[in-house]
Design a protein around this ligand. Structure first.
Ligand code: ZN
Length: 412
């Protein structure tokens, strides 16, 4: 049974999440998200856009954290258009990148109405083929090939496209339900047929336009596993992502662990839900988007009971009204909030107040020079984030000042 295919998580908060209209993350916040995802045992983080110039220093700095063993074992993967030109530029700007997702549209709707004659079905396969080969030549260790709008793509063409990607050296196909058009029934059938025709591991990338995103992700993953290949579910923390969002990271993990009939499927054993509470709170603060009280596992009401029968039942035995334990999600610890005097560190801080802040975090500087250096970086970080820094960010800056300096540096 040990060779049974598995379900892995590829989180795309730092790519699809930051593409969400009207919200964004700073490069320090993106770095913190990568660190938290790694702590949570996520297989891979789609950490950004290798040919977007303002990402360059952030991406290279995070790959240095990989080298230092800080961001490990999680893989960092960059998202690109599937063209040989973009692949070349990516390796020029981010030479250490090892994992890529190469994206191109495959539906008639997009081929006709987006490319408008610039590309047709055959040239799309050709572009993708050249991009994959170029990525392999330049040293990519894993390549996911993204069929954008796969759910509205003619099955026959999708199979042809996937076969060509596999032959070119792709590690996985990303079945992309770009518009959230699928239902659990349709995605199951389509992924199953795709894998039966082209035996290749599958990623499912789903959107929530019809409110079906977690169900679709699970159904797609089951179809891949049922057909004998590994499945990779794309998630975003707190279900962020374009329009109605992507599959919520915690909901997907809970559904695989506790969903009826899911016991026969194997979730990547590295996943550790203990970090869930922390990562969701941080992402909510960083994005400036509150967590709904009814968010699965994490919302304020996820373990709250009031009505007589429910409260009585939950008190007698939690399994009467709770499928899983709040402790598993890292909840239940008291949170200490300072209600008296508080010294904070910001863009105009001086050394005395700054030292007070770090003493409380139990961070010791070896001399004044080191303290002054970190203070300067903390000032930049505050300008960079445009909101008060959290303890974990302050600790990160003190621990990796050289990395922090790179992350804050942008030269247009
Ligand atoms: Zn998307």
């Amino acid at each position: 049974m040990s060779n049974r295919p598995k379900i892995y998580i590829i989180d795309v908060t730092n790519r699809d999440g930051v593409q969400t209209s009207r919200i964004c993350l700073s490069k320090l916040q993106k770095t913190m998200i990568n660190l938290y995802l790694n702590e949570m045992g996520v297989y891979q983080s789609e950490f950004g856009f290798p040919i977007t110039r303002h990402e360059t220093n952030y991406l290279n700095a995070n790959l240095e954290l990989v080298k230092k063993g800080v961001l490990s074992p999680m893989k960092l993967e960059g998202w690109l258009r599937a063209t040989a030109g973009d692949v070349k530029t990516a390796f020029k700007l981010v030479p250490q990148i090892k994992h890529l997702n190469l994206s191109i549209s495959t539906s008639d709707q997009m081929i006709v109405h987006k490319f408008k004659g610039k590309l047709d079905h055959q040239s799309i396969v050709k572009e993708m083929n050249e991009a994959v080969k170029e990525a392999k030549r330049l040293g990519a260790e894993s390549i996911g090939v993204n069929a954008e709008d796969a759910s509205r793509t003619k099955m026959e063409y999708l199979i042809e496209f996937a076969r060509a990607a596999k032959n070119a050296g792709a590690s996985r196909i990303r079945y992309c339900d770009t518009l959230g058009f699928d239902t659990p029934f349709s995605i199951y059938e389509r992924v199953k047929l795709l894998v039966k025709s082209v035996a290749i591991p599958m990623e499912v990338h789903c959107h929530n336009d019809l409110g079906l995103v977690v169900a679709n992700s699970i159904a797609g993953a089951r179809a891949a596993n049922d057909s004998g290949v590994d499945a990779y579910i794309n998630t975003c923390i707190n279900g962020m992502g374009e329009r109605a969002g992507n599959a919520d990271l915690v909901s997907v993990i809970l559904a695989i662990k506790y969903g009826s009939g899911m016991q026969d499927y194997s979730l990547d054993e590295k996943i550790n839900l203990k970090a869930a509470w922390k990562i969701c709170k941080y992402a909510s603060y960083a994005f400036g988007v509150p967590i709904p009280i009814n968010q699965p596992g994490i919302g304020a009401n996820a373990f709250a009971h009031e009505s007589g029968i429910h409260a009585d039942g939950a008190l007698k035995d939690r399994r009467n009204y709770e499928l899983y334990d709040f402790e598993e999600l890292g909840r239940g610890e008291p949170e200490i909030i300072e209600t008296g005097r508080k010294i904070t560190a910001g863009e105009y801080s001086g050394i005395k107040g700054f030292r007070n802040v770090y003493e409380k975090l139990e961070v010791v500087f070896k001399d004044d020079a080191e303290a002054t250096e970190v203070l300067e970086l903390v000032r930049y970080a505050n300008v960079h984030n445009q909101k008060p820094l959290v303890d974990e960010e302050l600790k990160f800056i003190a621990k990796y000042p050289d990395i922090a300096r790179k992350i804050f540096t942008m030269a247009p």
